[in-house]
Design a binder for this molecule. Sequence first.
Ligand SMILES: C[S@@+](CC[C@H](N)C(=O)[O-])C[C@H]1O[C@@H](n2cnc3c(N)ncnc32)[C@H](O)[C@@H]1O
Length: 244
Amino acid sequence: MPRLSAQANLFRLLLDPFLDSVHFSEEKGKALDAGAGPGILASFLLKKNPNLHWSACDISEEMVQYCKLSYPKIDWKVSDVRALDYPDNTFDFIFNSMVLIHIKDPEKALKEFYRVLKPGGKILITCPNDKTFTGPPVLQEMVAKHAQIHPADRYVMERVPSLMKDLGFTLDARTDFIATNEGNDDKPQLVYPTIHLGMMTGWSMMSFMGHPEGMADVYSRCQSEYMSNRVRFTLKIETHLYRK
Ligand SMILES: C[S@@+](CC[C@H](N)C(=O)[O-])C[C@H]1O[C@@H](n2cnc3c(N)ncnc32)[C@H](O)[C@@H]1O
């Protein structure tokens, strides 16, 4: 939860100008944050557009319990995005951030989004695409190995546009945010659509890659290369806005 919270706090710097560019503050009605995690972004979206009535869900009971206490203005529920516990045509706006890369059968989630969105409703889907990762060979190796071991599809954003089209969605807007470390010690800085993370923040964002079994060796080689040679990397975070 601390890493997810730190990530969300950085990510909202990128989301903020994107949301302005698509006139998010003019949206009205009911909204859902599907897979809301620690709730930082749901709370940010509520502040950014108080005209929307927010519901939010996550598959993790622990996250939802925490969020219920921290953000009581939002209606929280434990629910799997592949079988959403909401009636058909409920929402005017859905937000789905950093979730699709973690689930098997993302197609089921996209179908569910279509079902619970009202006709004319919008959905914002955002996730990194690990195929877009650039960096030195040892980092590339770590990212590719993690994508192999990871139980879901770290490249899913490549498939999302055609899956959404097949379901009947149309693409309204798209921006690829870039997260980068340029080998300096600066604190994170936004030059939209790029966020310059700096050395330590950049590494902390990748710490999850050391957790799965079988990653320890490549992760520790990467860490020592990263620290001793101030390595640089970039990663695209694909951000799509669709309309039903
Ligand atoms: C990387 S976090 C992103 C959290 C938040 N959306 C954000 O961007 O800060 C991924 C979240 O998806 C949730 N999640 C994973 N699989 C899910 C599923 N099938 N249904 C609902 N939530 C799920 C996890 O519990 C976790 O909180």
